[in-house]
Design a protein around this ligand. Structure first.
Ligand code: COA
Ligand code: AMP
Length: 631
């Protein structure tokens, strides 16, 4: 198939194109209205169609005679456990848990937070919610109780589903106690907390709102998947924005199912029955789309991996999983490859495994540096595909669509726009720039099916954050350029969001926490280069007078504050005291300049800085603390 022809069809005749793709899934009621407007005058797909994601991921395959195929392989080096779960078994778990949720009073349209480690029960919970029209919101386990409380107050769940513990390499993470702390902090208290006891021999605090997961499933009846409107929200997924408050991205049902089914075939190039592995976490969008819903919708066996690329037990884990479970297509973040490469630069550990099953290695979540791409390609000897997308899009926006036709890989580029995404590079005024000129990456409306519907109870922020900047376009928040051949290169965020080990974090949120320390007069938090994680946050603080004596203690306290409020995932470890911060005349701190100095990027000293010595001071503080490239 010709990529250009296929792509052009999707842009020129979107209704026709997506109607055909919608026909690839089973609807309870086939849609007649393909593209229309919602009450906010924003585009919606398949408004009069009805379907159920849980049915498509589970029941359909049993009906088609594949009940004994593995739906899920749970591989957990941290507990030394592996489980193979067939579609029949998945049906049993999901339909009974859905019955349990109903027995606790959950109804279509209610919300439910899932705060769980990478265990099968996390997937069962998502599918059980989808089965009965309950809108789930999975919160990543690396977030602290405070962050969980913010999400509880925003989406007001009737129920939270959690597990007793998580395991990070060899540390036990107290999930249930974190939930209790979050509930204590939140204004909106959920009625019940369903707790899956992992039987790790750790005491779980008991509360009167607790319900035991295993008992609930045992005693509950199986329930059928209900018919839901295509526009029924399937989930809310919070992501970092440019303020301290996270944004609740809302995903629909019908557009999402259509887009995911399409993507498995045309982007990832997998056939039904193949094994697919996204080494991410269910708390991120990659986990939603490509650990849970995408592969299961496409009748792929999905791998649920509870471990890390290194230290569980070593840098060969990924290769062991690929070879042992016959993974055909794998997806991870470049940071994971950099971590492996650091431990095993020559790829010696890889030689012990037969990786002939692997056809493509996909990378996303952050910019992929050329060295990482080349190393991966050289060691795995398969095409390595960098592709670009966001929580908001829900599925890839730029990719080498290998299921259509593999294009030449250009290192540093995430290749071409995916069908449905009319991606343009705009200047400040919203005009398209010439090729190879950097600008703002925007997508001409309408966005294809499966992309965000709105922000949870915040349509104003949706409009102002994504639609108002360039009328007629969705603004991604990323900068980039297109070369003469049409390859798109993403150069990074143009806002205060940073990407740490493939995790999207808001420096504004960290800055709010740092600024609230009593000894801090002013501060700046921004991302600097990190060899393994891509970026890491750095805080610069100016102390109130008289506080200098306590400098070391204050630095430690601030690191602890950010860890306590946001969580370990923030990886906030560096905070430095400086005498002053460079600012514009209007008093705006020059964060970009501070970042460029740390990363040894070219920078101009703005004429607005009256005293250039300030730059020399900052440089010497960086050097003495081995910050950024200087290390
Ligand atoms: N639950 C609880 N804590 C978690 C967690 C979770 N699910 N995930 C991470 N954390 C904690 C870690 O234990 C660590 O805590 P520490 O400061 O006490 O050591 C902290 O958050 C930072 O974790 P992480 O970013 O994973 O860094 P690391 O140094 O432990 O590991 C890598 C580095 C590169 C190996 C790791 O980041 C990695 O595997 N990255 C791939 C990320 C990925 O797949 N992203 C998905 C996007 S597609
Ligand atoms: P998230 O919403 O957490 O998936 O993060 C999305 C952001 O990660 C994007 O806006 C980009 O800034 C960055 N990102 C994701 N994939 C890529 C990629 N392949 N290349 C460059 N940046 C990427």
């Amino acid at each position: 198939m010709n990529y250009q022809e296929f792509y052009q069809k999707s842009i020129q005749h979107p209704k026709h194109f997506w109607k055909e793709q919608a026909n690839q899934i089973d609807w309870f009621k086939t849609p007649n209205t393909i593209l229309s407007k919602d009450k906010y005058n924003y585009n919606q797909w398949f408004a009069d169609g009805e379907l159920n994601l849980s049915y498509l991921c589970v029941d359909k395959h049993i009906k088609d005679g594949f009940g004994n195929q593995n739906a899920l392989i749970y591989d957990s080096p941290v507990t030394n456990n592996k489980e193979h779960i067939t579609f029949n078994q998945l049906h049993h778990e999901v339909s009974k848990l859905a019955g349990g949720l109903q027995s606790l009073g959950l109804e279509k349209g209610d919300t439910c937070i899932i705060y769980m480690p990478m265990i099968p029960q996390a997937l069962y919970s998502m599918l059980a919610c989808a089965r009965i029209g309950v809108i789930h919101s999975v919160v990543f386990g690396g977030f602290a109780p405070h962050e969980l409380a913010i999400r509880i107050d925003d989406c007001k769940p009737k129920i939270i589903i959690t597990a007793s513990n998580g395991i990070e390499i060899n540390k036990i993470i107290p999930y249930k106690p974190f939930v209790d702390q979050a509930i204590a902090k939140a204004e909106n208290k959920p009625e019940r907390v369903i707790v899956f006891d992992r039987q790790l021999g750790v005491d779980i605090p008991n509360k009167n709102y607790d319900v035991d997961y295993t008992t609930l499933v045992e005693k509950s009846p199986k329930v059928e998947a209900i018919s839901l409107k295509a526009t029924h929200p399937s989930y809310i997924l919070y992501t970092s924005g440019t303020t301290g408050t996270p944004k609740g991205i809302i995903r629909d049902t019908g557009g999402y199912a259509t887009a995911l089914k399409f993507s498995m075939k045309y982007i990832y190039g997998v056939n039904e029955g193949d094994t697919f592995w996204a080494a991410s976490d269910v708390g991120w969008v990659v986990g939603h789309s490509y650990i849970a819903y995408g592969p299961l919708l496409n009748r792929n066996t999905t791998v649920l991996f509870e471990g890390k690329p290194i230290r569980t037990p070593d840098a060969s884990t990924f290769w062991r999983v690929i070879s042992e479970h016959q993974v055909k297509v794998m997806f991870t973040a470049p940071t994971a490859i950099r971590a492996i490469k650091k431990e095993d630069p020559n790829g010696d550990l890889l030689k012990a495994f037969d990786l002939s099953c692997l056809k493509y290695q996909f990378l996303a979540g952050e910019r992929c540096d050329v060295a990482t791409l080349n190393w991966t390609e050289e060691k795995l000897k398969v095409p390595v595909i960098d592709h670009w997308w966001q929580t908001e899009s829900g599925w890839p926006m730029l990719a080498n669509m290998v299921g259509v036709a593999l294009q030449e890989v250009k290192p540093g580029s995430a290749s071409f726009p995916v069908c449905g995404y009319d991606i343009q590079i705009l200047d400040e005024d919203g005009d398209e720039v010439a090729s190879s000129v950097e600008g703002y990456v925007a997508v001409k409306l309408p966005l294809p099916p499966g992309t965000l519907m709105n922000l949870w109870e915040n349509p104003e922020r949706f409009k102002s954050g994504y639609l108002d900047r360039f009328p007629g376009y969705y603004f991604s928040g990323d900068g980039g350029y297109k070369d003469e051949d049409g390859y798109v290169f993403i150069t990074g965020r143009v806002d205060d969001i940073i990407n740490v080990a493939g995790h999207r974090l808001s420096t504004a949120e960290m800055e709010e926490i740092v600024a609230s320390h009593n000894a801090v007069a002013e501060c700046a938090v921004f991302g600097v280069h990190c060899e393994i994680k891509g970026q890491k946050p750095l805080g610069l603080i100016v102390l109130k007078s008289g506080e200098e004596k306590m400098k070391n203690q204050i630095e430690t306290e601030i690191v602890q504050d950010v860890r306590r409020e946001i969580g370990a995932v923030a990886s906030f470890r560096d905070v430095l005291v400086v005498n002053r911060l460079p600012k514009t005349r209007s008093g705006k701190i020059l964060r970009k300049l501070l970042r460029n100095i740390a990363d040894e990027q070219q920078y101009n000293i703005p004429s607005t800085i009256d005293d250039v010595h300030i730059i020399n001071e900052i440089e010497s503080v960086y050097k003495s603390h081995h910050i950024g490239i200087h290390k």
